[in-house]
Design a protein around this ligand. Structure first.
Ligand code: KIV
Ligand code: ZN
Length: 509
């Protein structure tokens, strides 16, 4: 018997990007969108076009370039938002306008300062307006899980009558328990008279760690679209993690008895890509994609695994695309192997970028015996970050030690409108990294505050590269930066300059 399919609606580029510090630039968003399409997601929510010119451009570029999935844009229930949304998604072969308005009394009265009737009318009017542009309209009742159920159902019925093809029931603040949320979806399915004309969708947040459980409960009760993000990134505690939902459907196939179009073997690549681009690291014990998800530490477990993998593994690392061997390339590897590996890691790059990366790979391979996947990812990320390098590190010298005041001398090249100047400054600090950062602040004249700093070895061995991930605050916004080098002071300086270059780009945008 043909199974019902659950559609995967990925919102990594919209709700996911709302994670603090996870903002991505245009090139990065396009990379992620390519990989989401490779993974077979059904719908990509590319952004919130009215929210900024940058968002508008990225939704438009994704609509122009990404073939296969439906490309959706987010819009409030008003004509201006919907028109901007259409103007950006219309370039896709399969465009969707996703309209939302809150339906809980709390949001209606306190946030929107309206009445239920006014919200009802706005919802219907906006769907009718959007219908003039496009057939594929999704309507979301924000904070649906805390809305009066009768009122919620009346709004859903009315927007379906107005032409909505998908009705989304978000658990916006991650409040519901799986049983309650499942029964809410059952009520919508069983009591809204015209519900068969629309797909029921859910969008669960993870404030109580239940986003995936709630999404699965919804599927069991008739939802046929799930909204989720790669690695579960998103507002506050995040959204439901795409990889966890699909692996539950795959591993417990007979329990859920639904199909899907997603290619689970693309999960690992997608997870790495999103984590590398956003700088939001994946916790080691995270289900499906954490570094320890398939590691077996205890002797008893290892013994069981050697006898039969099923003793302690309910899904295989291969099923989610974890590469069999982490050791890949060395200094004798050629262009072909390098290009192939980059493609396998989920990147779609143009020939000139590939060529310059190959040159950098050769330099790295001369310094390191073994070049691991993570080294390659770090290389690619540096090469394609697409952040225009206003500042470029020319020289860093730092002294530190016991009974020494940490002091750094830094020289940066600054390129602005094809004029390049070299600026040098020295500074003391609480430690060598702080001294470097203070010197850079003097050079740029920008008041940037470091809010988070982490250092990890990118791969294994004595010659492993250090990867520094930082978060900095500038004028109330948080930016991430990443730098890699076999020298950790250089990696620290690179990460800071990377963040500063992002700030310069964002400020211009
Ligand atoms: O969390 C939410 O409710 C959303 C929208 C779908 C309205 O992001
Ligand atoms: Zn959300």
């Amino acid at each position: 018997m043909k199974k019902d399919k659950v559609l995967f609606f990925d919102t990594t580029l919209r709700d996911g990007e709302q994670s603090p510090g996870a903002s991505m630039n245009l090139k990065e968003k396009i990379q992620v969108a390519h990989q989401l399409a490779n993974m077979g997601v059904d719908i990509i929510e590319a952004g919130f076009p009215i929210s900024s010119p940058g968002d508008f451009e990225s939704v438009k570029s994704i609509a122009q370039q990404i073939k296969g999935p439906v490309i959706a844009g987010f819009a409030r229930a008003n004509e201006k938002d919907i028109t901007a949304c259409w103007e950006s998604v219309k370039y896709s072969k399969n465009p969707r306008i996703h309209i939302f308005i809150a339906t809980s009394d709390l949001h209606i009265e306190k946030k929107l300062q309206k009445t239920r009737q006014e919200v009802f009318d706005m919802a219907v009017r906006s769907v009718k307006f959007a219908k003039k542009f496009c057939d594929d309209i999704e309507f979301s009742a924000e904070d649906a899980s805390r809305s009066d159920i009768k009122y919620l159902c009346s709004v859903i019925e009315a927007v379906i009558d107005a032409g909505a093809k998908t009705v989304n029931i978000p658990d916006t603040v991650g409040y519901k328990m799986p049983e309650e949320f499942g029964s809410l979806i059952a009520t919508v399915k069983n009591t809204v008279p015209n519900i068969s004309k629309a797909v029921i969708s859910v969008h669960c947040h993870n404030d109580l760690g239940l986003a995936v459980a709630n999404s699965l409960a919804a599927i069991s009760n008739g939802a046929r679209q799930v909204e989720c993000t790669v690695n579960g990134i998103g507002e506050r505690a995040g959204n439901a993690a795409l990889e966890e939902i699909v692996m539950a459907l795959k591993t417990r196939e007979y329990f859920f008895n639904v199909g899907y179009n997603l290619k689970t073997k693309e999960i690992y690549k997608s997870s790495k890509l999103v984590s590398n681009i956003t700088g939001v690291l994946v916790q080691p014990n995270k289900a499906v994609v954490g570094a320890n998800a398939f590691a077996h530490e205890s002797g008893i477990h290892q013994d069981g695994m050697l006898k039969d993998r099923n003793t302690y593994e309910i899904m295989s690392p291969e099923a989610v695309g974890v590469p069999e061997s982490l050791l890949v390339l060395g200094k004798h590897s050629g262009r072909h192997a390098f290009t192939r590996r980059i493609k396998d890691l989920g990147y779609t790059l143009e020939a000139p970028i590939m060529e310059s990366l190959f040159e950098r790979f050769k330099i790295l391979a001369d310094k390191k015996k073994c070049v691991f996947d993570d080294d390659i990812i770090a290389l690619v990320e540096e090469g394609i970050s697409g952040v225009k390098e206003t500042y470029f590190i020319d020289y860093v010298h730092v002294t530190s030690g016991v009974s020494v005041i940490p002091t750094a001398t830094v020289r940066l090249k600054k390129t602005d409108k094809s004029k390049t100047e070299t600026i040098q400054e020295a500074s003391c600090g609480t430690g060598p990294v702080d001294a470097i950062y203070q010197a850079i602040n003097k050079i740029t004249g920008m008041k940037v505050d470091l809010v988070d700093y982490s250092l990890r070895a990118v791969s294994v061995g004595e010659d492993a590269q250090g990867e520094v991930n930082i978060k900095v605050k500038y004028k109330d916004s948080v930016y991430t930066g990443k730098g890699t080098s076999t020298d950790i002071t250089e990696a620290s300086a690179k990460a800071y300059v990377h963040a500063i270059n992002k700030i310069v780009v964002m400020q211009k945008e």
